[in-house]
Design a protein around this ligand. Structure first.
Ligand SMILES: O=c1[nH]cnc2c1ncn2[C@@H]1O[C@H](COP(=O)(O)OP(=O)(O)O)[C@@H](O)[C@H]1O
Ligand SMILES: [Ca+2]
Length: 517
């Protein structure tokens, strides 16, 4: 509250304000204005600008089906880690593109509906600048081994369709098993934020000179990949080693892709093996539920390069499979797919392929996740121990088919009928193939999505092809813009108060003198 200063000796007239007080008031008023202006500038400058979003599209042409993914990221933060996220996934109707080997011209048009979906999701003015990639995996690798001409025609058909879409076509090709493993590993570590560490984590890790990444386990229909950073560097099998420099750190990564060991081709292999010792056309199969029946054309079974070596003359043309629902028998049956007899290296997985000792945590995705999720074995809070997992698969396999079919009537019969085999196959691959034990089993984390993005190779593929992962850590200013402005305002306030205080102290304006003395 203001108290008017009365000039001594003058009475009856209007009280006059001294010059010093006037100046003080003006100064006070101006500083208040300055502070308000500073705060206003800080607030408006700090308001988030309208986001400039970029988009990218990747089609994962898998052996069983094609998925189209749309990713988005803020244009200004292109080189940060964890900023790209999946905004759309579209499942292409029908088989994977390798399934069009007898009608190659239909492979491209099969993608049309998902391309329209992408046109709808991405603002039209950005269509032209949006890169679109297609990567084909093991189904096309097999087709190109079996019939190179058909594989080329399928790819041409797909390319024609993608070029006619309004996006920026960047290529349609078969990716190698190594690339598939590596990009899956990049995807999950990018999404888990393992490449760039900040604050305490960084300090801790630089002290221990480690940088933890998660291994990647991908199970498809036609191939499976294992990728991780081993503990010790070894040049025993150079074709399994990859070198990356990401965000200023070096990574030596082990990867291997087993063609024909995806779960669909593994089943074909198993049936082809079973056929070798059969006298008649009916097979009692422990990997299918009791009461389940399936008829398989023998010629279809031996079409794939995964079984062609076992082809011979059979006195029947069809195979009648009858389910037996016996997990233990099924495990013994499946185990035969992993040949552990020859290892030319210090350690192997199977079929004489080098595998260094397992190291760290693993993210297991794609069919590893679909199958384990169906069996309710993916809980992150209480990951099931290996014996519990085996017991769950065992009791699922023991359920009669009519009961399973009624309990899960909403699930596609093709998937449902094979969860028993797939569960046994996954356990066999991990335990017998890669030598996971009850001790390190719980280091496997079954992942479907990380945040909003599916775990899989497509995101890593796009990050790499658009150069979104820099080799060196981008130089980051020590303070964010907001903190910088805030600090400037605070410093100005402190400075202004100090100046004012100093001025008051040395000039001792008359109005204050009485109070001070
Ligand atoms: O919901 C599901 N339940 C069970 N299996 C699934 C489900 N969705 C996809 N799959 C299986 O996942 C696998 C995906 O393999 P993909 O088509 O990617 O082959 P690839 O990676 O070997 O080329 C296939 O075996 C497919 O049947
Ligand atoms: Ca796949």
């Amino acid at each position: 509250m203001e108290i008017p200063v009365l000039t001594a000796g003058v009475t009856g007239t209007k009280p006059k304000m001294s010059w010093t007080r006037k100046i003080l008031l003006i100064l006070g008023f101006l500083s208040t204005l300055a502070v308000i202006a500073l705060i206003a500038v800080a607030v408006t400058q700090n308001k988030p600008l309208p986001k400039n979003i970029k988009y990218g599209i990747v089609l994962d042409a898998g052996s069983s089906h094609t998925n189209l993914y749309v990713y988005e990221w803020p244009a200004e933060k292109e080189n940060d880690t964890g900023v790209v996220q999946q905004v759309e996934v579209c499942k292409v109707e029908g088989p994977g593109i390798s399934g069009y080997s007898h009608a190659t011209e239909k492979a491209g048009p099969s993608l049309a509906q998902c391309l329209r979906q992408a046109e709808y999701v991405i603002p039209s003015k950005q269509h032209q600048e949006t890169p679109i990639y297609l990567g084909a995996t093991a189904g096309m690798r097999l087709l190109s081994l079996e019939n190179k001409n058909a594989a080329d025609k399928v790819l041409s058909s797909v390319e024609k369709t993608l070029r006619s879409a309004p996006f920026n076509f960047q290529g349609a090709r078969i990716i190698s098993g190594q690339e598939e493993g590596a990009y899956g590993w990049i995807t999950i570590n990018y999404l888990l934020g393992n490449f760039k560490q900040s604050g305490w984590k960084k300090l801790l890790h630089s002290l221990k000179s480690i940088s933890e990444t998660s291994g990647a386990l991908d199970l498809g229909g036609a191939s499976t990949q294992i990728t991780f950073v081993p503990n010790e560097l070894s040049s025993e099998s150079p074709e399994n080693l990859l070198y990356f420099r990401l965000y200023g750190k070096d990574y030596l990564v082990y990867t291997h892709s087993f063609l024909c060991y995806g779960k669909d081709q593994a089943l074909q292999q198993k049936l082809a093996e079973d056929l070798q010792t059969m006298e008649n056309s009916s097979l009692l199969d422990p990997c299918f539920h009791q009461g389940y029946q399936r008829t398989i054309n023998i010629s279809d079974l031996f079409k794939t390069p995964c079984t062609s070596a076992k082809k011979k003359q059979f006195p029947f043309s069809q195979l009648y499979v009858q389910g037996e629902g016996d997990y233990q028998k099924c495990r013994r049956n499946v185990q035969k797919l992993f040949n552990k007899t020859n290892c030319p290296y210090s350690s192997c997985s199977f079929n004489g392929i080098y595998l260094p000792p397992l190291q760290g945590d693993f993210g297991a995705f794609s069919a590893f996740y679909f199958v384990m999720n169906f069996l309710n074995l993916t809980s992150e809070q209480s990951p099931a121990a290996l014996d519990k997992v085996a017991a769950t698969v065992e009791s699922f396999c023991a359920r009669p088919w009519h009961e399973v079919k009624t309990a899960y009537h909403q699930i596609k019969e093709k998937y449902l009928s094979e969860y028993c085999f797939s569960g046994a196959y996954i356990l066999s691959l991990l335990e017998n193939g890669y030598d996971f034990t009850e001790n390190n089993w719980q280091r496997i984390h079954f992942l479907g999505k990380i945040g909003s993005s599916d775990a899989g190779w497509t995101l890593g593929y796009m990050l790499n092809l658009t150069n979104m992962i820099p080799a060196e850590e981008p130089a980051v200013p020590p303070l964010s813009y907001g903190s910088y402005v805030g600090l400037m305002v605070l410093c100005s306030l402190v400075l202004a108060s100090v100046l004012l205080f100093a001025w008051l102290l040395f000039h001792k304006p008359k109005c204050l003198q009485k109070g001070i003395v």
